[in-house]
Each structure stands twice: as C-alpha cells, then as structure tokens.
Design a protein around this ligand. Structure first.
Ligand code: SF4
Length: 251
C-alpha cells in the first residue's frame, strides 16, 4: 500500500487525518535523511539489555553506558549483581541518575526473575510472541512499555517492538501522530498500531531510530529548526512556528 502512495515522483500528500498514511511518508523522508536501515547500536543478550535499559531511564546515553560498563567490570555475572550488597551495586552505577533507586531496583528485578524461572535467565522470551513477552516483562519492578520494547527490539532477540523515548515522543506529538495529551507511556500502543503490520523488526526499529534522531538533530525541545526540516509540510506545529515567526518579522 505504501509503495503505491509513493510510486510517482510528485511529493506525497498523505491525508493529514490518517496517521497510518502520514507515518509512511514520515518514515520515507526521515529514512532518506538519516540513512535506513539503521545499524543496531547494541548486541546485548536480553537480560543484559534489561539491566542496561533500567539504567538508562532519564539518563544521557553516555552516562548510562558508563554505569553499565562499571557494573560489568565490578561483578563477574548478573548472579553476583543480584547477590551483592546494594551499596556496592550503587557505587558501580553512580554515573547514572538516581543510582540509589536503580541499584535496588535492578537487584529486585534479578531476584524476581530467579524466583519465577528457577534460574537467572530470560532466554525463554525468544519463543514467546511479542505481546506476551512484553506483558511478562512489564510485571517486573519498574519495567514499563519503553523498557519492555527496548529489551525485545535492541537485544539479540531483535523482535518487532517499538520503544518510544522523549525525542521520538516530541516529534510524534508535533507532527500530530499523537495528541498533546498523550504521555510517553500510553503513546507506545498508539504509535505501534499506526505501523503497517507487515513491517519487519528492522523497519519498526528504524521508525524509532529516525524519529529519535530527528528529535536530537533538528526537532529540538527548544528552538526546533523547522525551516530546514524535511517533514515541515506534515507538521502542524512547525507550520505554526514558522507562520508566527514570519508574522513577528513583519511587525
Ligand atoms: S517542522 Fe519543526 S516541529 Fe515539526 S518536526 Fe520539523 S523541526 Fe519538529
């Protein structure tokens, strides 16, 4: 369906009221801008990805990456992290935000998995349908839709799940894919439902990555650079910003 819409050379003009059409054109343009397919940035097993994602909440990638590395360096395996003094885990994850909350939370997660599965492993997720796997992951302490999707998509499982971070969410909101009232958590279901069912895990991953990259490199929280944005014609917020700036410059 998407190819028909994009087949001729004229600029595609999706129905602004149909997010499923709009999302295809946004993907097409942003993929051109940022170069799809985007390479996976992690190659972690799902349990390690779960720990990594738990550290990354409201933390810069650089800092959560350092915390994760320190944790791996200090303990020989996840069993040792689970059984360690919480103070030692907290010291290791110091570079991320709220280490005093994240250290005990990670240990709770590792303990709960061990209790439920009889061993510290989430490899069984490989054979679980995505919906079920996400539901199971979200029963773990502090695990919400972003973390469950990250574990399934970013880890070596490479499953078809859409994480939404604050950059992705901001671009989706400004382009009208979601309403301003929808926060990051509930936006996961809405945004994922807009994607074609036949998209591969890579295409779903690309969708997250290009919207996130656009938020980081053009659609800034403050002062988005709408005048050079490749999806300006699809973005009511950007058109409004530019119209207001034009109006001001005439006064
Ligand atoms: S037009 Fe502006 S607000 Fe809209 S997506 Fe582009 S940079 Fe963001």
């Amino acid at each position: 369906m998407q190819l028909d819409m994009l087949a001729d050379n004229s600029p595609p003009s999706p129905d602004p009221n149909d997010p499923k059409q709009k999302v295809l054109v946004i993907q097409e343009r942003l993929c051109q801008e940022y170069g799809c397919p985007i390479g996976y940035f992690h190659n972690l097993d799902p349990l390690s990805e779960l720990v990594s994602a738990s550290l990354s909440h409201r933390t810069k990638n650089k800092d959560s990456g350092r915390a994760f590395k320190q944790l791996r360096a200090k303990f020989p395996n996840w069993e040792a992290v689970r059984d360690a003094d919480t103070a030692d885990v907290q010291t290791a994850v110091e570079p991320c935000t709220w280490p005093e909350q994240k250290a005990p939370r990670i240990q709770q997660i590792l303990k709960q998995i061990t209790k439920q599965q009889g061993k510290l492993s989430v490899d069984f997720l490989e054979n679980m349908p995505v919906k079920e796997a996400r539901k199971w992951l979200e029963t773990l302490p502090g695990v919400g839709p972003k973390t469950s999707a990250a574990v399934l998509s970013f880890s070596t499982l490479r499953k078809r799940a859409l994480p939404v971070d604050s950059h992705h969410h901001r671009v989706a909101m400004r382009t009208g894919l979601i309403s301003e009232k929808v926060s990051v958590g509930p936006s996961h279901k809405i945004l994922e439902a807009q994607l074609p069912e036949d998209w591969s895990a890579q295409q779903v991953y690309d969708n997250h990555e290009v919207l996130m990259l656009h938020g980081q490199r053009c659609c800034y929280y403050r002062n988005p650079e709408c005048d050079r944005c490749v999806i300006l014609d699809l973005c009511p917020f950007g058109e409004h910003v530019l119209a207001a700036a034009k109006h001001l410059s005439k006064r």
